[in-house]
Design a protein around this ligand. Structure first.
Ligand code: RUB
Ligand code: MG
Length: 401
């Protein structure tokens, strides 16, 4: 079994040398602890971790730790995380520590990965040749609409031009909008929209739930006609993604949301970068994954997003590429900035930026599509808006930055 290499950034406290700190991480996550052990038999030592490198970086240090592959239980992502992202975060002699990246050998990547992936989703929508970005929306308000009104909003967005519609993360199966009723109503209205427009439109139902009910909930959603499933990976776990991917093989795409991620990913000095999370989502079988915006409402680092998207779409042990999703505070005026930086192999999602359009959801969806079309045709949004009223009205409300 080949080894696992994890890269950390850390700042030790003033009484701790960087060498001691790096060794403490390695020991804690392998065969050691805070003191020497009488039980650490000689044959155990082959499972010792190794500090491969240590260098100064920004206000702290970068270290690469090599973990013997034998420590890992093949196919058990929670266990992988308990090694590379476990107790080390609490070590009191470190002021901060951040897991930046991790490389797993092929033997530990014994997962099926995305069943659809970016190309599979593009094929469903019919954009394999045009390579244009997909436009998605999150139904807003987040919570409160009943199934009938949710379906109406979905229909308006679909007719206006979106490719993809999703529940928001806080909507699951509450009394005001039971999941079964919602899926049936939305899919019925989307069937109308699909026959009127001749386009395929995906609706991702949020099936996030407690562990013992997720699979059953997903099966119910599929029985009611769902053509995509959504799951929140941080709150439900990587095992939930894997369970749905395996349950669902070949059936419908899996959209992976990441609510709560910023508690880990946002602080550049502490926590877990999005990269390892994205890698594990790809292994576990997510087809689309949120990785952030360069111009939206959430605070993201554009160079990290670019690296994460490259990882999702680049080669990795034969796993299909994942479709990156840029979402959070987007509107038609921000489309150009997103595409210029992130490229066109992306899903651009807007909630407020569609349902907040002065003329309503249908016009908001049309405006987002027009902003994408303008970019694909090499036009500035302001020029394209001259003969596209929906885009013009959006730019008047939100500007073009
Ligand atoms: C966006 C939204 C998503 C965030 C998550 O709504 O509901 O949950 O994009 O973003 P709106 P991230 O378009 O109205 O801002 O996963 O990047 O943190
Ligand atoms: Mg949301």
């Amino acid at each position: 079994m080949q080894d696992v290499i994890a890269v950390y950034y850390f700042i030790p406290d003033e009484n701790t040398t960087p060498e001691f700190a790096a060794q403490a991480i390695s020991d804690e996550e392998t065969t050691g602890t805070w003191t020497d052990l009488t039980t650490r038999a000689d044959y155990v030592r082959r499972l010792d971790g190794h500090v491969e490198s240590l260098e100064s970086y920004r206000d702290g240090y970068l270290t690469k730790i090599r973990y013997p592959g034998e420590i890992f239980e093949k196919g058990n992502i929670p266990q992988y995380l308990s090694v590379v992202a476990g107790n080390l975060f609490g070590l009191g002699r470190l002021c901060s520590v951040r897991l930046l990246d991790v490389e797993f050998p092929e033997q530990l990547c014994n997962f099926s990965g995305p069943v659809f992936g970016m190309e599979g989703v593009r094929k469903l929508i019919g954009t394999e040749k045009s390579r244009r970005p997909h436009v998605g929306t999150i139904i807003k308000p987040k919570v409160g609409l009943n199934p009938k009104d949710t379906a109406h909003v979905a229909y308006e967005a679909a007719v206006g031009g979106v490719d993809f519609i999703k529940d928001d993360e806080t909507l699951t199966d509450q009394e005001f909008c039971p999941m079964k009723d919602r899926v049936e109503e939305v899919m019925a209205r989307l069937d109308d929209a699909m026959s009127e427009t001749g386009r395929k439109i995906l609706y991702a139902v949020n099936v996030s739930d407690r562990a013992d009910r997720i699979v059953e909930r997903a099966e119910q959603a599929l029985e009611c006609g769902a053509n995509t499933l959504m799951i929140d990976v941080i709150t439900c776990g990587f095992s939930a993604v894997q369970a749905l991917s395996e349950l669902n093989t070949g059936n419908v795409p899996l959209h992976i949301h990441r609510t709560m991620h910023a508690a880990m990913t946002r602080n550049p000095e502490h926590g877990i970068a999005m990269r390892p999370i994205a890698k594990l989502v790809r292994m576990a079988g997510g087809d689309q994954l949120h990785t952030g915006t360069v111009s939206g409402k959430m605070g993201h680092d554009p160079s990290e997003i670019l690296g994460d998207n490259k990882m999702l779409t680049g080669s990795m042990f034969g796993f299909r590429p994942v479709f990156p999703v840029s979402s959070g505070g987007l509107h038609p005026g921000k489309v150009r900035a997103e595409l210029e930086t992130l490229g066109t192999d992306i899903v651009l999602q807007a909630g407020g930026g569609i349902h907040g359009h002065p003329d309503g959801t249908r016009s908001g969806a049309a405006a987002m599509r027009q902003a994408v079309d303008a970019y694909m045709e090499g036009c500035l949004p302001e020029d394209y808006a001259k003969d596209h009223i929906e885009l013009r009205r959006a730019l008047e409300k939100w500007g073009s930055k």
